[in-house]
Each structure stands twice: as C-alpha cells, then as structure tokens.
Design a protein around this ligand. Sequence first.
Ligand code: WT7
Length: 645
Amino acid sequence: MSDRDTPLDGGDTVDPPRGFVDQANVTNERIHEEFDEGWPECWERAADLLDWSEPWTKVLNDDDAPFYEWFVDGTLNAAYNCVDRHVESGRKSHAAIKWEGKLGETRTYTYQDLYREVNEFAAALRGLGVEEDDVVTLYMPVIPELPIAMLACARIGAPHSVVFAGLSGKALGTRIERADSEYLVTCDGYYRRGNAFNLKNKADDALLKVDHDVRSVVVDRLGETLPHTIDDADRDYHELLDEHAGATVDPVPRSAEDMLFLMYTSGTTGEPKGVEHTTGGYLSQVAWTSHAVLDLEPADMYWCSADIGWITGHSYIVYGPLTLGTTTMLYEGSPDYPERDRVWDIVERNAVDVFYTAPTAIRSFMKWGEEYPESHDLSSLRLLGTVGEPIGPRAWNWYYEHVGNGECPIVDTWWQTETGAMMVTTLPGVDPMKPGAAGPALPGTDLDIVGSDGSSVAEGESGYLSITRPWPAMVRSLYDDEDRFIEEYWTETDDGWRYETGDRARIDADGYVSVLGRVDDVLTVGGVRIEITRVESTIAGVDGVVEAAVVAGANNMLYAYVSTESGRMGDDALRDLINETVERSIGTVATPLRIVFTTELPKTRSGKIMRRLLESVTNGEPLGDTSALRNPESVGELQAAIRDR
Ligand code: WT7
C-alpha cells in the first residue's frame, strides 16, 4: 500500500450530487475568496442571520489578543433568536422540537409551545432567585425540558452549564463547585435499554460534596417507576410551571461578549476545563454553519443524534437549528434498542431531511449490516453529516451508499468543544468531497499544519493542526483560569497568536485537511516514532475489521484491539491479513505484538475509545473509574482475552 492509499487518504473526489446543489442554501463558488478578501467583516453575514437589539460597532477587537472580542457593543438575546422571533413572524404553529422518547413515546412542541414553556420556566428560575450571570447547572437526559431549561436560562441572561447525564455524581459535584453554581435542574431518572436509572440519587450524592448551598429543580420523567427523594429544598419542575402559568419574561439584552454558557470538556485525562462561550459570536457562527453546511431551512425535519450534554448537541441540536426556525429532533435512545433499525425507523417515520451523527455510530451500523437501513424508506434524506473523529473512506462510502443512496452529500465536520462551531468541512453546495478528508477550512477561518518548531510542514506531511485567525464562536477563556487558557491553547508568533487544536493532521494541494488524531497519540517503539492513529487506520482498512484501537504495553510493545464484522472473531486469516497490511504500509516496527479480537471496544459516552483503559487492561493493572464508559461490559471480555494467552 502506498501512503496515498492508506484508509485516511482515500484520494477519490466525489462531486456534490446535482439534485442537492440545485436547491442548496449556499452555491456561491467564490465564497471562500470573498470571505478571505473581506475578513473579518465577512463574518457580518453570519451575524446578520440573527436579530440584534443593538447593532455592533466593530466586528473584531484584537487589542487584547488572544482575548478577542466579536461584534463589539452589539446586544442580543439567544432565546429571543431561537423562539420569539419565529412566533412573531407568523410561524408559531410550526414544530420546533420533536421528541422521540426511549419507550417509543413522542412529543411535539410548536414554537408557540416552546415560547410558553420557556417563559414560564424563566419566570420560575427568577422566582427561585436566579439573577443575570448566575451559572445554572443542568443535569438531564435528552428530554424536551433540557433545551427548554437552556433557553429559559438564556432568556434571563444566566449562563447554563450542562453536565451530561451519563457522568457520575462526582463529576457533577466537581463541575457545580468549580462553576460556583447555586442552582441545579435535574430529573428523577431516565431509561437505558429499557431499564430505569436513578439520576436524582447521583445528583444528591454530588451535592453532598459541594460546599455551598444549591437549590434544585427536579423534572419528573419516570413517574412512579422509580422512587426518589424530593427534599424540602427541591422543587418539582411541573409544579413550578403551574405556579407561573402564562407568565412572560422579557428577554434580557445581553452584550455580544456576555457568556451564553459554560461547558466542561469531558477530557479522559486531566482536570475538566470550563470552556466559556459567548452570546453574539457563538450564535452567529452556529447559525451560519447550520445554514451553509447543514443546509437547514425552517421546513426541514432535522436530526442530530448526539446528546445535548455535549457541544454537538448545544450547537447543532439546540442553538443552530432553532435560530433558523427549523424542526429539531431530540432522541433519547440507543440506536440498537429495541431493534437495530431504530435509527432508520425514526428517519422514515419522521421523513428526516438532514441527519448528523458520529463515525462510531456509522461503524456500528456497518457492523450490523446494510439490511437494516435497506428495510426502510430513507428517500427523505437530503444531506448527511458526521463529527467526532475521522471517518475513513470505508465508513464514508458505506454511509454514502447505504444511507444516502448516492444522492446526499456528506459533510465531515471537524471542530471541538473549544471552537464552538464547525471549522473544517466542505460546503455541500460548493466543494467536492474527498472521502477520508474533512475538507478545507470554513470560509472566514484559516489554518496551518505546523511542525514542532512552529513552521508550516510540507504538503502531505503530518503536523499539528493550528488555527491562525480568530473566529466568532471561539472559546473566550476557561472559567476562572485565564492563565491556563493561554497555556493550553495559544502560541504567540511573529504574525500574532496561533490556536493549537491538539490534533495531528495533514493537508493536500487543494487545502483539504485529513485529521489523524490527537497529538498525544504518538509512541516511540524501538527508537522509532509511530503514529498510533496511522496504525489504527491501517488496521481499520482491512476487510473484515470494524474498528481498531492500538496501545503500547508497559513493555513498549504495541497491542491492537480489533472489533470485527460478525463471524470473523478469532479468524486467523484475518489476523494474518492485519499483520501483513501493517507491515507493508508502515513497517515491521509497527506490527502489533498481540491482536485481540472483540465484539466492541470500550468507549466514552461521546464515542471516544478509552485508550487509557486499554492500556490498563494490557498491563493487567487496576482499571480505576469506569463510570465514563458507555459499554462497561466490553471490558471483562478484553481482560479475559488478554489473560488467555
Ligand atoms: C475532537 C474534539 C465537536 C464535536 C464533537 C467532539 C475530534 C471532531 C472530527 C472530524 C476527525 C474529529 C478531534 C477534535 N474530531 N470532529 N470530523 N474528523 N476528528 O468534541 O469532545 O471537543 O472533541 O474530536 O480530535 O479535536 P470534543
């Protein structure tokens, strides 16, 4: 295999399907140049998608870089932009939120319904004492009350801090403590694979460890199914709504630079970082990318299958689609429960137009087989998206053929919690696609791939992906820790400041970026530096393999954990093929000492493979905290397999 053929390169170019381009929101072939020439004022096009109470006087203030300010002096309210303006413009009976619950129940909120409940809950929060700039922590599964609480906070200018419901009580406690948050909205429990889980008890545990007083509101999701404690200090969400029935609260005009929310990154190592996002810049770029990349329109049924507890959900389930007046689907499910066609059943029943998911999900769909998507009518789909990790050409092609039927462009969107919004992707109505490469920098952004000395690497060489111009949705600081903000992300250069993404990538002659993985994932074996992600992607490219994770053992040898297509577990021919392929495309130095086949790799709830855990398994060490795992049951199988020899 030549370097060009490695799975992450692909190499083929696919033009956006004509039928899509004919109706796309953005088809201007000069858009990249126009944004480049008119920078930073080009970003006014994004801000113009919003309603502002006071206009900005300056697009970008870089006097105190890297503490940049966007849309200086402008004021606006995010909830007004997501809700009120659609009601006022005559679309009050248009569906805003369509919810698909775990047990097959559904709920629809029109923009009018959303307006009413957001106002009532905003009034309730005020009644509890929440003031502008108070941080409100939200700890809930994907139920409509979560985006409603987010918007209620935004309405009164109280930044929210959503903590993913799958995180432990301990993680919640740390986040409440660090954010000095005195208010918590949570829920009694939620369902996973048909079983009820108690969330309120986890929240109670968390609060025991918090030094200051916290007032809690509890949403009753499970009714009688699960007993939970309601303390005197707790308030019931629906009772509060009743008390404030019909109340309205004027949306508080916020300065563009005021914090809209705080999001703690889920980092598998180190202390959680409180990423601060602002009202004006964040909302502008999220709205613009929803319009230009996801191609959203009000008439669309749009579904992003992420959890709202992560940045993907904040930007592209809640703020982006609602700002544009689209119908956004919320999904409280597991993709294989009750059946492996759950996702396609939802797409068909709701006639979903645009679907946005993660490569890890696509690889599961692939593993289960094409009969599941093929048993449903998916012809409503117009555009497909992915985010979260590299999607190799094999998963890309599978998604394109078996889900999109060759008629939907795929946007492979690279971005991070800290970037707030999409940064590297094709524009589906403009740019050709290259399976395996995310795409060029978004118009209005600029990037560079640099070596350890900070200078640009040659085309096709891998290096550190860095961003060389500020962008509106950028993280403004880490909560209460400006020093760490600069230390973690910024390098001062002769041309100003460079944002370090922490990813390795390479760029081709057309400016298309292939993301290879995190910077930390490099190993030195026998004195040779080996890019783990390159070994992984090589193995993942072998026919019969679904996913691969490679770690170094304490002996500094490589161990590969490989999930296979069904029926190929323990297949010696597959083992040989993997070894051969690694040898030929990278070299014998990268051949794993052991290949362990498994049905599933251990993953965090956001779909990232837990390498730290695999290292412990490899070395027979204690596993530590596995509460961040989505599939803890996968670990036992691996431990048994590694002991077996
Ligand atoms: C990291 C950010 C932003 C949404 C989800 C995760 C990886 C993200 C891609 C992509 C290759 C990707 C990067 C990035 N990543 N999108 N399209 N191709 N890698 O947010 O938890 O902040 O993780 O996810 O490594 O740095 P996050």
